[in-house]
Ligand binder design. Structure first.
Ligand code: IVH
Length: 673
């Protein structure tokens, strides 16, 4: 078969590029493309090389398990190569893996162990007669770097095996993944920012960078930990199954991940995959998939290995949460309080199943620190339900025509001068009459947690303000059929629904009213605290700063801003107007007596897992109505944890802290009391 010339060129290009990317990732801890893009390019190269084996040269990245170790550390060969894993991206790939195993073993049943695929740094720990004598990185799979001194600083790694329950193996090489939890990662980055040091792009890079310190005293300050999942060479001990091996490693004193299922069928493996994907956002560390391993060691041995990867295991990847895209433009959004926020417009990219086309850049300092320019290729990330952010730009991919960004000196909406407040990163438009600010204030006013004017969506608010139909909160209550019908594309039906929604919102609880006003630093929680302390708006407006500050749970910033807000004559006029437009504040919508007597009153609760009978938001609303505080993380201050189906790490933490755990039925019963 004659080879297509352009295919040869493509293979050469890919080999060259992937070699560079791999070195940046493995050796320099400075990835220039996302894992998913790397996987895609590599897959393409494997495809071409399998079609034309003569292109599969000795130094092709397809031949490599990893990248060569750094010269600065001593290197050592692994007694048994540390292999890589083949990837599965969909259920069918897993079915094929299983069918192949069945065929190769000539059996009709195989049981598996399924484990989270931890996103950290693979290491091998060698114990001779129970003592840690050496630790190495995976390196290129054949040879790794010797990092014994650094590993000894990691508290969760035993220096001597606990062998009280078993004989001491003459030699055992234990393999696992060194990680940094997401919370530790954020703290570490904050600390680095404070010292003017560069942030790490993600926990895996932070772990790799920390392990690659020539001075182990530096490593000692880093929050590294480990989960172990396998063995290399073992003398004087044998394991029948993966499950028994994990149990033995746990007994030796190693952390073994708790989200592991053993002795399960391939069908159960796939169910567990879904469960793992669901709890993934709640885990305290990053995982990028699930590793499926044939449980029986004799079967593993019979299946054997290929050059790069074993036949008895496969990695079923989760959709990536990081992707590479292009920054098409940087625009400015003007917020409710006048803050100018730069937002990156991105080439629309699918990140873990959701198409992302914008990412907030926070402020000018952030753009400067990350040196973000229009036209840059950038790594973007979406974790859990968090809004997308730009992790970093790829400077090595610059062509030279990328444009640095400057914050404007005038508000892009009203052209007033902008100002940078002292001690704040934010730049603000100080014209309170700015149309953008008014629009955002109105959106906040009518939102679910405020006046809840159903149907008055963002687009309609934009139109109402742009057409000059509303210039203040009070104007909302004077909107009638005729005025609304003048708007574009407003079907009569939705207009009458809108009018109903506005009518219905005239009666409002005190905390919602306060929230709707959009006072700086005054969210739902603060509004509720204020309304509980001061039964009426009049009382609150007359209150001193000291009294407000003394409310349990109230911050100093909020207190100052509340006092400032009500002292302002313009704000007093706006409130008068709203009340004159027929709004009535129901001070006793939730009677104080029933509230303060309830078991949940004044208590702090955390909701986790899936609730079956009522939505989380609904449960939260009802708890808050009873005077409870609902927070998102478990701490010693938590009074109750409500654990729904598939509750994850928060449940464990609550149990460890001795927090009272309620199930959904108990919650419902107590809510009704
Ligand atoms: S088993 C030959 N189990 O994935 C078996 N690996 O792509 C390979 N990894 O280098 C190791 N979690 O760094 C195994 N539960 C787990 C894992 C895991 C993460 C990493 C490991 C390995 C890479 C293979």
């Amino acid at each position: 078969m004659k080879m297509d010339h352009s295919l040869k060129e493509e293979a050469k290009m890919l080999q060259k590029e992937l070699t560079v990317y791999s070195r940046c990732y493995h050796v320099l801890d400075d990835p220039v493309i996302t894992d998913s893009e790397y996987d895609r390019l590599l897959k393409r190269l494997v495809e071409i090389e399998s079609q034309y084996p003569e292109l599969s040269v000795a130094d092709s990245p397809t031949k490599r398990v990893g990248a060569p170790p750094l010269d600065a550390f001593e290197s050592a060969a692994h007694s048994i190569p540390m292999l890589s894993l083949d990837n599965a991206f969909e259920d069918d790939d897993v079915h094929r893996f299983h069918a192949r195993n069945i065929k190769n073993l000539g059996v009709n049943k195989i049981l598996y162990t399924a484990e989270p695929k931890l996103d950290g740094v693979a290491v091998e720990l060698t114990y001779e007669n129970g003592i840690l004598i050496r630790a190495t990185t995976r390196g290129d799979g054949i040879r790794g770097e010797v990092i014994t001194e650094n590993v000894r600083t990691i508290g969760s790694i035993p220096l001597r095996l606990n062998t009280s329950q078993s004989p001491v193996p003459a030699l055992i090489e234990i393999r696992g993944e060194i990680i940094i939890t997401t919370r530790d990662f954020e703290r570490l980055n904050k600390r680095r920012l404070g010292k003017g040091e560069a942030e790490f792009a993600n926990p895996r890079n932070a772990a790799a960078g920390s392990l690659r310190q020539l001075d182990s005293r530096v490593t000692a300050t880093r929050p590294l930990t480990i989960f172990v999942y396998g063995v290399g060479m073992v003398r004087g001990m044998a394991f029948e199954t993966q499950a028994r091996m994990l149990a033995a490693l746990k007994e030796f004193g190693f952390p073994v991940n708790k989200h592991i299922q053993s002795g399960i069928s391939i069908k159960e493996v796939l169910i567990f995959y879904k469960k793992l994907a669901e709890i993934r956002p709640d885990l305290e560390y990053e995982i990028d998939g699930m590793v499926i391993k044939v449980d029986r060691m004799d079967m593993q041995q019979a299946l054997g290995e290929k050059i790069k990867s074993p036949r008895w295991a496969i990695a079923y990847k989760f959709p990536a949460t990081q992707e590479t895209t292009t920054i098409l433009d940087i625009i400015i959004q003007v917020g409710r309080t006048g803050t100018l926020t730069p937002v990156a417009l991105l080439e629309p990219t699918n990140v873990g199943g959701v198409v992302v086309s914008r990412a907030t850049l926070h402020n000018a300092d952030e753009i400067k620190r990350k040196d973000i320019r229009v036209g840059d290729r950038a790594i973007i990330m979406r974790a859990g339900d968090v809004i997308p952010k730009v992790v970093k730009v790829i400077k090595s991919r610059r062509k030279g025509d990328e444009l640095p960004f400057e914050m404007p000196e005038r508000c892009p909406v009203c052209s007033s001068q902008v100002r940078r407040l002292e001690d704040e990163a934010a730049i603000k438009c100080i014209n309170v009459a700015c149309r953008a600010q008014l629009t955002e204030r109105i959106k906040h006013f009518v939102s679910k947690k405020g006046f809840d004017m159903d149907g008055l969506g963002k687009k309609i608010v934009d139109q109402l303000v742009n057409e000059g139909l509303i210039t203040s909160f009070a104007d909302l209550f004077t909107l009638d059929q005729d005025r609304l019908a003048a708007l574009d594309r407003q079907a009569e039906k939705s207009v009458s629904n809108l009018i109903k929604a506005i009518e219905g919102s005239r009666l409002i609880s005190f905390p919602r009213f306060l929230f709707a006003l959009g006072i700086d630093h005054t969210g739902e929680n603060a509004a509720r605290l204020l309304s509980r302390r001061f039964d009426t708006l009049e009382n609150l407006m007359a209150a001193d700063k000291e009294v407000i500050e003394n409310i349990h749970g109230m911050g100093e910033k909020t207190a100052a801003s509340v006092v400032r807000f009500f002292a302002n004559q313009e704000n007093q006029r706006i409130i008068r107007q709203i009340l004159e437009a027929g709004v009535s504040i129901q001070n006793d919508l939730f009677s104080q007596d029933t509230v303060s007597n309830h078991v949940f009153s004044g208590k702090t609760l955390v909701l986790t897992g899936t609730l079956e009978t009522l939505k989380r938001a609904e449960a939260k609303k009802r708890l808050q109505a009873l005077g409870a505080k609902v927070t998102s993380s478990v701490s010693a201050k938590t009074n109750f944890l409500v654990a729904g189906r598939d509750a994850g790490s928060k449940l464990t933490k609550a149990q460890n802290l001795g927090v009272t755990v309620l199930d959904e039925t108990q919650l419902n019963q107590m809510l009704q009391e």
